[in-house]
Design a protein around this ligand. Structure first.
Ligand code: DGJ
Length: 693
């Protein structure tokens, strides 16, 4: 018998192996005493055997093996180079243990294979990062390799995973556990709007703020497969890996991406805060860590492809006046790009639009104290491009493939393709003072291919090494490439192409299960939203953007004096508060009213918070239900101020105290009774500031 444990103040993970077999997770939850006898934990974990079963239950190991009659999906499916299925049976070889990490190595002598599983626990964020590596003495073919397999709680009725679409990212799906498999398999070749690679398993009674939950995120941008399986005996397993059959070539080494897992005893927020902090403090690297996130202006929805220097200068003046600190020139500056049918991969400034290059625009932007960012879509090529005419073979997929937005993907596995694109991008970045790339990826691949994703990563890594001060935003028609793999190489995500504040409110709320404020781009869009047709008030648009990394994307020439003044005011509020907001935890509140989408951003030192209570629909009942806050010091007193009280409409005829003045109440009052807010119209947002006294 062998046992290992990993601990942090939040959780204990115990792995145990019978003899030389692969180990299984026999405990994962609230911290166990240091004195706990792991042999007993292992023995106590064993389930009974009854009629119709094998004489012993095959282990639900970290890589369940078909060769041990495992009654569910195996953790690995491989073939020899000539196609024979291989059914390995791994035996213990060695282990390396540290206070926060564990490496377990197993060997299959018959097939000359080595399986390595690593586990690393981060004491502050509580995230357990695990990874599987398969080495073979001779090349083999890989069909499926799961990251180390975790059991799922049997005290859970349902699981939550994510789907979505263009302009509708991060939709939560709740699926009841039942015998068999819930499988998500993403074969699009990119993370996708449809398949954010994550799973949350809440236990009975868990909400945002209370109860136990386990969560998983697979950090890979090439498409994943998730298996959530309930075995006939009732046990449940969670597997995450690359989408199957994406390794074209036989090889002697395959690795899973990192799987980020965490246990929480205080609701979904416990998981969310772990991911938010881990992403911000351990995954993303900022070129200047102490530089506040600059307010963005992005010109896409203002001018689209119609770039005119005098108009852009005028827009830049107005954006700077509103408070923008970075101007991002979107699609349309290169090749002959007057629409989306042409020029992708011809990364040279369009002399028709910019006869003197980008210098005059950049100088102007700099004169307004804004830095300059620029759009690329590096992995893509239009058939109507000089590069495609010269190298049609550099495009991925067949000649007869269906195009996506009139474009093909480049074959990023080819070093010559990466070199060429690198050269074009490096030339622009060397010639001009550019501090930011919006890196787009607007179509799915003709077929999934792990080498493509590795090629994309290699290109980004090379550019980052040579241009370390340039930040990158991951965009893929909005939020089509959001995961910890891409975020290890970028600093921001474009959450969605929807600048509709109402849609964004919901998306931001659900994306906060994983994404902190600092990486989540959010822009004030046009008055009449271009993607939803909705017309929304400037106050809602501004406050929703102020919940995350704020920016503007409308044509500022459309703004009325009133809109300008609201926008300036909210932007100023954001700037004066970002020093603590950037390190705050985003806590999803359990709103008693489904029409209200509310969150509390709590400062790292717990001394202040802001609550954003968005009214996304008309409530069923007449008046707002009290909104309970969370994670406050129960006995401390808090000064509560309804920041935008003057926006209460005349139909709010009563005198709830917050409409008139600040109040001082205890944490316990706020967490148990909650805030009684004034009545408001739908499509509005109350903003409440709290300070600990
Ligand atoms: C898709 C992106 O999501 C948009 O924000 C914009 O950059 C366009 N591409 C440009 O073509």
């Amino acid at each position: 018998m062998q046992h290992w444990r990993l601990d942090c103040s939040r959780q204990t993970l115990v792995l145990a192996a019978t003899g030389a077999r692969l180990p299984q997770v026999v405990y994962w939850g609230a911290p166990l005493p240091v004195t706990e006898d792991l042999a007993t934990i292992h023995a106590a974990h064993a389930i009974d055997v009854t009629g119709g079963m094998l004489d012993e239950n095959p282990d639900l190991s970290i890589c369940p093996e078909a060769s041990r009659t495992f009654p569910g999906q195996p953790g690995m499916i491989i073939r020899s180079q000539n196609g024979t299925p291989l059914l390995p049976k791994f035996c213990y070889e060695s282990d390396t243990v540290s206070e926060t990490g564990l490496t377990l190595i197993y060997r299959d002598e018959a097939h000359r294979l080595r399986y390595t599983a690593t586990f690393q626990i981060e004491p502050i964020t509580h995230i357990i990062t695990s990874q599987a590596i398969l080495d073979a003495d001779a090349p083999i073919h890989l069909h499926w390799l799961s990251a180390p397999v975790f059991p799922a709680s049997q005290q859970s009725a349902e699981m939550i995973d994510f789907s979505g679409r263009w302009c509708g990212e991060f939709q939560l799906n709740r699926t009841a556990w039942s015998p068999g498999i819930r499988m998500r398999e993403n074969r699009t070749g990119r993370t996708g709007h449809e398949h954010f690679p994550a799973l949350i398993v809440p236990e009975h009674g868990a909400t945002n703020t209370i109860g136990a939950a386990h969560a998983f995120h697979y950090g890979w941008s090439g498409g994943h497969k998730m298996i959530a399986e309930e075995l006939p005996d009732g046990r449940r397993q969670i597997q995450f890996g690359h989408a199957p059959r994406v390794e074209a070539d036989a090889s002697t080494r395959f690795t899973s991406a990192p799987l980020y897992a965490v246990y929480s005893s205080d609701g979904l927020n416990g998981c969310a805060v772990s991911y938010q902090r881990h992403l911000r403090d351990h995954i993303v690297t900022f070129p200047k860590a102490d530089r506040p996130r600059p307010v963005h202006y992005n010109c896409w929805e203002a001018v689209y492809f119609d770039h005119k220097l005098d108009v852009l200068r005028d827009i830049a003046d107005r954006a700077a006046d509103l408070g923008a600190e970075r101007f991002v020139l979107d699609d349309g500056w290169f090749g002959q790009r007057d629409d989306d049918t042409t020029s992708l991969s011809d990364w040279a400034v369009d002399p028709r639009k910019y006869p003197d290059g980008l210098g005059p625009l950049i100088d102007h932007v700099h004169s307004k104290d804004m830095s300059f960012g620029i759009w690329f879509e590096p992995e893509m090529i239009n058939p109507d491009s000089d590069l495609h005419r010269a190298h049609p073979d550099w495009a991925l997929g067949g000649e007869d493939q269906t195009l996506g937005r009139q474009q093909k993907a480049l074959n990023m596995a080819l070093p010559e393709v990466r070199d060429f694109i690198y050269g074009r991008m490096a030339a622009i970045l060397s010639e001009y003072p550019i501090d930011y790339i919006k890196w787009d990826h607007n179509r799915v691949l003709p077929a999934p291919d792990a080498a493509q994703t590795r090629g994309s990563y290699a290109l980004i890594d090379r550019l980052r090494a040579d241009f370390p001060m340039v930040e990158i935003e991951s965009c893929a028609s909005g939020g089509g490439r959001i995961d910890f793999g891409i975020l290890a190489r970028t600093q921001r995500v474009w959450l969605s192409d929807s600048n509709d504040a109402l849609e964004r409110l919901r998306m931001q709320h659900d994306a906060a299960l994983f994404l902190p404020m600092v990486v989540t781009g959010s822009h004030v869009g046009p008055r009449h939203c271009h993607t939803s047709g909705r017309t929304l008030d400037i106050s809602l648009r501004a406050w929703v953007a102020a919940q995350r990394h704020m920016g503007f994307e409308m044509d500022p020439r459309e703004l009325t004096p009133h809109e300008t003044s609201v926008l300036k005011e909210v932007t100023q509020w954001w700037k004066s508060n970002r020093h603590w907001l950037e390190r705050a935890d985003i806590l999803r509140l359990d709103s008693a009213d489904p029409a209200v989408v509310a969150e509390q951003q709590l400062a790292e030192d717990n001394t202040r918070f802001v609550v954003f209570a968005g009214k996304a629909a008309t409530s069923n009942q007449i008046l707002p239900r009290p909104l309970r806050l969370t994670r406050l010091d129960p006995n401390a007193q808090y000064e509560i101020n309804l920041l935008n009280k003057t926006t209460a409409p005349t139909l709010s005829r009563g005198a709830p105290v917050l409409k008139e003045q600040s109040i001082t109440v205890s944490g316990n009052y706020l967490m148990h009774q909650g805030l009684t807010l004034p009545w408001h119209f739908p499509d509005t947002m109350w903003v409440i500031e709290g300070r600990k006294l």
